[in-house]
Design a protein around this ligand. Structure first.
Ligand SMILES: *[C@@H]1O[C@H](CO)[C@@H](O)[C@H](O)[C@H]1NC(C)=O
Ligand SMILES: *[C@@H]1O[C@H](CO)[C@@H](O)[C@H](O)[C@H]1NC(C)=O
Ligand SMILES: *[C@@H]1O[C@H](CO)[C@@H](O)[C@H](O)[C@H]1NC(C)=O
Ligand SMILES: *[C@@H]1O[C@H](CO)[C@@H](O)[C@H](O)[C@H]1NC(C)=O
Ligand SMILES: *[C@@H]1O[C@H](CO)[C@@H](O)[C@H](O)[C@H]1NC(C)=O
Ligand SMILES: *[C@@H]1O[C@H](CO)[C@@H](O)[C@H](O)[C@H]1NC(C)=O
Ligand SMILES: *[C@@H]1O[C@H](CO)[C@@H](O)[C@H](O)[C@H]1NC(C)=O
Length: 487
């Protein structure tokens, strides 16, 4: 009887529909673990299909037997505990970010998916350890487990993922030291974010050997202790390393990529001292102070603070002071401008605000802080603010009597050229503004476009498009000549 049934089945199945491939079955066991699918993301995962290649979120290769290579279901509000059954062994990309996956990251899920190149699970509710089995994924290039509740330490086996380009583990609850050899083994790393965990121990000095790193290396908000290794200065110049809010101590090395930095990267470390922080290294002080704006005069000698400071120190201090002074100065002058010339509305870009002139200097004005214009953007498509500009990696393109031009790479990769006119000149904001905006309106192939500017008592910044070939510096030279004459 049973044999007859089996025979019937064997005959019937190929005729009716092809049986679902093994890859499809593996995916169905993932679906079986999903408790809620409010957006219907898995509604077309039909078990009677021949293969899963048409299913939502599934991608296959084009080889004869179409194998599943990617599963991508971001932000679908799927509620599920990740199943312990293996994924298709052909899978190369798994992206389930922004769902409501809970429970642990089961090692068995990854077992067999040895060809995995990217694993993106950020923004879920996973807890428990980072599985050591990640080390069995030799092709892994992108590992993003940030914004979960993973705990325990980072397994040393991660160092076996030699191809890793992006490691994002921010906003978890990970503890313990970074495995030794991190900077030696993971030499392909381009992006590193370990922020908002409870990692402890020393900042590995071989991180300085990661020459492919880009953007911001975020080690902030951890429990790293000990000195900042001077070898971090070997990082590429463009890299901004954020070490804020740790337990680091000692002097801040002033070399290579650590030079010319603002204080932002070092705040919140009680034991750090020396420039760009304000507390000197000896006598030791426990005050990693935020720059104050007490001294706003355009005193040529750094208001008596400095003895024999190098250019780097001065830039760092100035940038630090800019943060404090600019905000106050800009609010002041914004209000001043509003009062003096209320008719000039709709003029330029500085007017993105509601009309609340009456409150500018009054006590009971809750809106004042939000009315600040840190930075006047002439191009409304630009999206950056003072903070981003200060956090960006900056390096010197050239110097002249008029000021220093920096190339500034913002976190999102946007590159701008910033000319720091410095503290020279006593022109009023309004004069400066109208000149600058006049220049900003010039559109000529040989003139590089002005995108934004800053004004304060002791700092004036002009922000241009960055043009990589040599024409930038000549263009800016010409422009500043023009500007200086105008002023
Ligand atoms: C699955 O596919 C079969 C045949 O292709 C169809 O009859 C059935 O309605 C589908 N089921 C769902 C839930 O779409
Ligand atoms: C991190 O771990 C601590 C102690 O184990 C716990 O109290 C805290 O709630 C955890 N935080 C998160 C975000 O999981
Ligand atoms: C991780 O967190 C869970 C519960 O949140 C706890 O039971 C476990 O002990 C933690 N593991 C470590 C290594 O802290
Ligand atoms: C690092 O990751 C955390 C969590 O996703 C995020 O909040 C933070 O902005 C990231 N840092 C950088 C520099 O992108
Ligand atoms: C870092 O690189 C330098 C040479 O570039 C090498 O001498 C040094 O041993 C490396 N450090 C580590 C810890 O790998
Ligand atoms: C900070 O680091 C020192 C060692 O440098 C250690 O003794 C101290 O306990 C650490 N403090 C915290 C809050 O982790
Ligand atoms: C500023 O420094 C220069 C030399 O660096 C010195 O000659 C001059 O007297 C100083 N001025 C003030 C006001 O300290």
């Amino acid at each position: 009887m049973a044999a007859v049934l089996l025979l019937l089945l064997a005959l019937a199945l190929p005729a009716a529909t092809n049986a679902l491939t093994a890859d499809g079955l593996a995916l169905l066991s993932f679906r079986a673990a999903v408790l809620q699918d409010p957006t219907g993301a898995l509604a077309d995962w039909n078990a009677s299909d021949a293969d899963p290649c048409s299913w939502n979120g599934v991608a296959c290769d084009d080889a004869g037997v179409r194998r599943v290579v990617a599963l991508s279901l971001p932000r679908k509000d799927l509620v599920a505990a990740l199943p312990a059954s293996p994924l298709p062994d052909s899978l190369r990309h798994l992206n389930l970010r922004g769902n409501r996956l809970y429970g642990t990251l089961p090692p068995a899920l990854l077992a067999g998916a040895a060809g995995l190149q990217s694993l993106v699970l950020y923004g879920n509710e996973l807890y428990g350890p980072v599985p050591a089995e990640l080390g069995d994924l030799p092709y892994l290039q992108i590992l993003d487990l940030s914004s979960n509740a993973l705990n325990g330490s980072l397994p040393g086996s991660i160092l076996k993922c030699r191809r890793l380009r992006r490691l994002s583990l921010g906003r978890n609850n990970l503890t313990g030291p970074i495995p030794p050899g991190f900077g030696r083994e993971l030499s392909a790393l381009e992006e590193l974010n370990l922020s908002y965990n409870r990692f402890s121990g020393a900042v590995p000095d071989d991180i300085g050997n990661l020459s492919r790193l880009e953007g911001t290396v975020d080690l902030s908000h951890n429990d790293f202790s000990g000195p900042i290794p001077a070898s971090l200065g070997k990082l590429p110049e463009k890299v901004y390393i954020d070490l804020s809010y740790n337990n680091l101590s000692g002097p801040i090395p002033q070399n290579g990529a650590l030079e010319n930095r603002g204080p932002t990267a070092f705040l919140g470390n009680l034991g750090l001292c020396g420039p760009p922080l304000e507390n000197p290294c000896s006598p030791p002080s426990s005050n990693p102070s935020v720059p104050k704006d007490g001294e706003s005069g355009a005193g040529g000698n750094g208001s008596g603070r400095s003895k024999g400071l190098g250019k780097g120190d001065i830039v760092a201090i100035v940038l630090a002071d800019v943060a404090g002074i600019l905000i106050i100065a800009l609010v002041f002058f914004y209000c001043y401008w509003k009062r003096v010339s209320p008719k000039e509305k709709g003029h330029g870009a500085a007017t993105g605000s509601k009309e609340s002139r009456s409150g500018c200097f009054s006590r009971d004005e809750p809106e004042t802080p939000s009315e600040q214009h840190d930075l006047v953007l002439l191009d409304q498509k630009l999206r950056f603010d003072l903070d981003e500009l200060l956090k960006a990696s900056a390096f010197v393109l050239g110097k002249s009597g008029i000021g220093i031009v920096y190339k500034v790479v913002l976190e999102d990769g946007l590159t701008m050229a910033v000319r720091r006119l410095g503290e020279g000149g006593l022109q009023r904001f309004k004069e400066f503004q109208s000149e600058v905006e006049a220049i900003g309106k010039v559109r000529h192939p040989n003139v590089v476009a002005l995108r934004a500017y800053y004004w304060s008592f002791d700092e004036k910044l002009l922000i241009y498009d960055y043009i990589s070939n040599g024409s930038l510096s000549s263009a800016i030279h010409g422009m500043c000549y023009q500007l200086n004459r105008a002023l």
